[in-house]
Write a protein that binds this ligand. Structure first.
Ligand SMILES: [Zn+2]
Length: 281
């Protein structure tokens, strides 16, 4: 099975260092540019650069490689969509623009600074850091979820416990303001959710607080979920076992899949035909 990994990150965010450490073949548009015309960027050659990148990816899979890394910035959906047919995995580098700029300046590469700025503005994925595992109460992450800090969504669970309502929905609150929707049914739901949250912020999240994926599951086998009173386009699908605290210690998860990129169907969709990943249904 072909597994294409797209790096997502600003210039100087650590993508290439990470890619080189993985032991998989790497396709890197910057290297193609240098091989093709010897310059960092030459606009008229860009279609050729990307056609070459596609050819290389296809040829590497064709030659029998199972995993290929496309080491590029990929910060916009438009760019990532080019690779949709491979159903790529994203390896996201959360390094802040300020840090990337600092690194560029430190190696005397002032030319890249405006590019970092521009790409930071084009960044269209919800950032998991906005969900701030860093400021969670438990050491290393929320409810035992750990972000190793290199931007990966693959997380090891230790010290698992259910999330509280407060922990789970806090960062999404800003994005699900009632005035942002004109759908009365959702408005009711969002208001009820806010009320539930304010009433008992430390209550453990239950299966009923969640919207369940019809068929999509975390690598641990548990279905994906999100809080049942949000509809934020900036939201994420999470691993239900991680949220409910039922994941075994040390298990690995790939969750926090941004809605913006992952079209995961919920069990509420008519086209799900009653399929659900909710275990008690
Ligand atoms: Zn999981």
């Amino acid at each position: 099975m072909s597994r294409l990994i797209l790096t997502v990150g600003l210039p100087r965010s650590g993508k290439t260092t990470w890619a080189r450490a993985q032991g998989h073949p790497i396709v890197n548009p910057d290297s193609i540019r240098l091989a093709l015309h010897g310059q960092r960027f030459y606009g008229p050659a860009e279609p050729m650069v990307w056609a070459s990148a596609k050819l290389m990816v296809s040829a590497l899979f064709g030659a029998g490689h199972e995993t290929v890394i496309l080491d590029a910035t990929n910060v916009s959906a438009k760019r990532r969509d080019d690779w949709k047919s491979y159903a790529p995995e994203l390896q996201i580098f959360e390094t802040s623009p300020a840090t990337c700029i600092e690194r560029a300046v430190a190696i005397g590469d002032a030319e890249i600074v405006p590019v970092i700025d521009r790409m930071a503005n084009e960044w269209d994925l919800a950032r998991p850091s906005a969900w701030s595992p860093q400021d969670a109460a438990s050491p290393g992450g929320v409810g035992g979820l750990r972000w190793p800090g290199d931007g990966t969504y693959v997380i090891a669970a230790e010290d698992m416990r259910p999330f509280t309502m407060h922990e789970f929905v806090k960062p999404e609150l800003k994005e699900m303001a009632p005035e942002k929707t004109d759908d009365p049914a959702w408005l009711t739901k969002i208001r009820a959710g806010h009320a539930a949250l304010l009433e008992a912020p430390d209550r453990a999240v239950t299966a009923d607080d969640l919207v369940w994926a019809a068929t999509a599951r975390c690598k641990c086998g548990a279905g994906y979920v999100y809080p049942n009173f949000t509809r934020s386009p900036q939201g994420h699908w999470f691993c239900s076992a991680s949220i409910l605290g039922t994941a075994p210690a040390g298990s690995e998860h790939d969750c926090a899949k941004p809605f913006a990129f992952w079209s995961i169907k919920s069990d509420q969709q008519p086209s799900a035909n009653g399929a659900t990943t909710r275990p008690d249904k």
